[in-house]
Design a binder for this molecule. Structure first.
Ligand code: MN
Ligand code: MN
Length: 484
C-alpha cells in the first residue's frame, strides 16, 4: 500500500515541469506517501503522548511526570551531581512548576547550548483564595474561580471538571489534591443557564460575557451536614469532608493552588484516528516531544537543554515564568560543575552563543473559520512542525523576529534530515495576535526561533492536533539537539 502511494506521489511529481520542480516550494500532506514504518512510528509515539496528557492534568503533575521520565533515563538532580563530563545528565526543578534538563556536550558550555524551551502551564479555572460558599436560596455549595490565561469562558461551563493542585496546611505540610480523573471519583461542573430562560440575560450578552468571570462558580456539594446547631450546613459538610480527607480547614484555601481542568483522558479523533483531542496540548505537546528528544540523546556535540516553564499563558512573569533568572542560574550551575569560580563573562558567552527553539503551538486553520487567517502564510494540521519567524501583532509589535540567517539554518537542518515542516504565522495582519517566550530568550543575546505544533481549537477544553505533526515536532527537536 505504501509503495503504491509513493508511486502515485512520484507520478504527480513527474507531471511538474522542470522549472516547477526547481523553483516551487514543496507543500504536501504528510499522511500522503507516509511509509508503513513511519506510520507505525507515528502511531506508537502518539500513544506515549496521549498517556502523558492523560496523567498530567495539573501543572505540578506535569512537572512531576517530566522529573520521573528524566530520572528513568539517567538524569540526576543537580544538587547530587559533583563532576561534569560529556554525557552527564542533570535536571533542576523550579518550585515544583517547571524544570530544566541538560545533557552536557563534548564542546565546552561557552561554545553555546542547544535549547528547546516549552511551557507546561495551560489555561484553566483556578480556585479563588476564599472560594467556598453556600448559596442562600438553593443551599448548594459552590467554589468561586478566577480563570487563568486566555479562555473563552462559556466553553468551560456544563462540562465535567476535575480538581488538581496543592494545599499548604497550618502545620506547614503540603498535601496534593487530585479528584475527578478516576472513574469512581466524582467530577465538578460550572452550571450554565437553560436556553428556555436565557433571552433577557445571556442571549443579549457579547460572547466574552456569555459566562462572566463571576458566573464561573463550581458546584461542589448539595448535602447538609447532620448538625442541628450549624448555620451553613452544606458548606460545613464540604469542609468536614476536606478535613477528614486532607486535614484541611477553611483558611488553608488561602495557601492553596487548586486548578479545575476538563476531566478525562486524551482521545483519538476522527474515524481514521489520525488526530488527538485533549486538554492542555498547548503546550504540553512541545513539552512531551522535547522530553522524548532529550532523553534519547547519548553524548551531543553541544550541550542539549530542554526547558519547561510556567506562566506563559499569563505573560511569563514570576519566578517560575521565563522572565525569572532560573534558566540563567541553571546554566551558571552547569558551568560551576567544571569550574566553581567561573567568570560572569563565561555565563554570558554561553548564553550568547546558544541556539534556541521557542517551542510553542501555532494555530492550524479551522475549516469553519478560515477568514481569520491569510491562508498562504497560515499553518495547516497534518503538514509538519510549524516554523514562525515572528509572532506579535499589528505591525510586528513585541515580536522576536528570528534573523534570516537563523531561519535559514533551521530550515536547512529540517530539509536535510527530511523532517516534515511548514511555515506558518498566527493570523491575518490586522486580526489580533499573540506572543510566546521567544522574545524573553532573545534578551539573553541568543538566536531564537518559534517552532511548534499546529492546533485547532487552541485554548479550548478539547484541543486538536494531528498525529503526524506531533511526531514531526519530536523529529525536529531530535535533529536540533544534534546541531553542531
Ligand atoms: Mn502556548
Ligand atoms: Mn497558549
Amino acid at each position: 500500500m505504501a509503495a503504491k502511494k509513493r508511486a502515485k506521489k512520484d507520478a504527480k511529481e513527474d507531471k511538474k515541469s522542470k522549472l516547477e520542480k526547481k523553483l516551487l516550494m514543496k507543500e504536501e500532506m504528510i499522511w500522503d506517501g507516509l511509509s508503513k514504518k513511519d506510520e507505525k512510528a507515528v502511531m506508537s509515539f502518539c500513544e506515549g503522548y496521549k498517556d502523558f496528557l492523560t496523567k498530567g492534568k495539573g501543572l505540578r503533575e506535569v512537572a512531576k511526570l517530566i522529573v520521573a521520565a528524566a530520572e528513568a533515563s539517567g538524569f540526576k538532580d543537580l544538587a547530587k551531581v559533583r563532576t561534569a563530563k560529556p554525557g552527564t545528565k542533570v535536571y533542576l526543578v523550579n518550585r515544583g512548576k517547571g524544570l530544566a534538563m541538560a545533557v552536557l556536550g563534548k564542546r565546552p558550555l561557552t561554545d553555546g547550548i542547544n535549547v528547546v524551551a516549552s511551557h507546561i502551564d495551560a489555561p484553566r479555572l483556578d480556585l479563588k483564595q476564599k472560594p467556598l460558599y453556600e448559596d442562600g436560596v438553593t443551599k448548594l455549595a459552590l467554589l468561586k474561580t478566577h480563570y487563568y490565561g486566555g479562555v473563552k469562558k462559556y466553553q468551560w461551563a456544563s462540562i465535567p471538571l476535575s480538581l488538581h493542585g496543592s494545599v499548604v496546611l497550618a502545620n506547614g505540610k503540603t498535601v496534593d489534591i487530585a479528584i475527578g480523573e478516576e472513574p469512581d471519583e466524582p467530577v465538578f461542573v460550572v452550571p450554565d443557564l437553560l436556553p428556555h430562560l436565557w433571552r433577557q440575560t445571556q442571549a443579549k450578552r457579547k460572547a466574552p460575557d456569555v459566562m462572566k468571570g463571576e458566573d464561573m462558580n463550581i458546584l461542589v456539594a448539595s448535602r447538609p451536614l447532620d448538625d442541628e446547631k450549624a448555620k451553613e450546613k452544606v458548606k460545613l459538610a464540604v469542609l468536614d469532608h476536606l478535613n477528614r480527607k486532607y486535614g484541611m480547614v477553611e483558611e488553608d484555601f488561602i495557601s492553596a493552588e487548586i486548578e479545575a481542568v476538563p476531566t478525562g483522558p486524551a482521545r483519538d479523533v476522527g474515524i481514521d484516528s489520525s488526530m488527538i483531542g485533549s486538554y492542555g496540548q498547548d503546550d504540553r505537546v512541545c513539552a512531551y516531544t522535547s522530553l522524548e528528544a532529550i532523553t534519547g540523546i547519548k553524548i551531543p556535540e553541544r550541550t542539549a537543554l530542554a526547558l519547561f516553564v510556567d506562566k506563559e499563558e499569563i505573560g511569563s512573569d514570576s519566578n517560575t515564568g521565563i522572565k525569572s533568572r532560573f534558566f540563567q542560574n541553571f546554566v551558571g550551575d552547569l558551568l560551576a560543575l567544571s569550574d566553581p569560580d567561573y567568570a560572569d563573562s563565561a555565563l554570558r558567552r554561553a548564553l550568547a552563543r546558544s541556539k534556541c527553539l521557542s517551542s510553542d503551538v501555532n494555530a492550524g486553520i479551522n475549516p469553519s473559520f478560515k477568514e481569520v487567517h491569510e491562508p498562504q502564510n497560515a499553518a495547516l494540521i497534518g503538514r509538519g512542525i510549524v516554523i514562525t519567524k515572528f509572532t506579535g501583532s499589528g505591525g510586528k509589535y513585541t515580536a522576536n523576529d528570528a534573523s534570516a540567517e537563523f531561519v535559514g539554518e533551521i530550515r536547512n537542518m529540517l530539509n536535510k534530515a527530511k523532517v516534515p515542516w511548514q511555515y506558518g504565522a498566527l493570523g491575518k495582519v490586522d486580526e489580533g495576535g499573540g506572543g510566546t517566550i521567544a522574545k524573553h530568550l532573545a534578551e539573553l543575546d541568543m538566536d531564537v526561533i518559534d517552532a511548534g505544533t499546529a492546533l485547532i481549537s487552541m485554548h479550548a477544553p478539547f484541543e486538536i492536533s494531528s498525529k503526524v505533526d506531533v511526531w514531526s515536532t519530536y523529529r525536529a527537536f531530535e535533529e536540533f539537539f544534534k546541531v553542531k
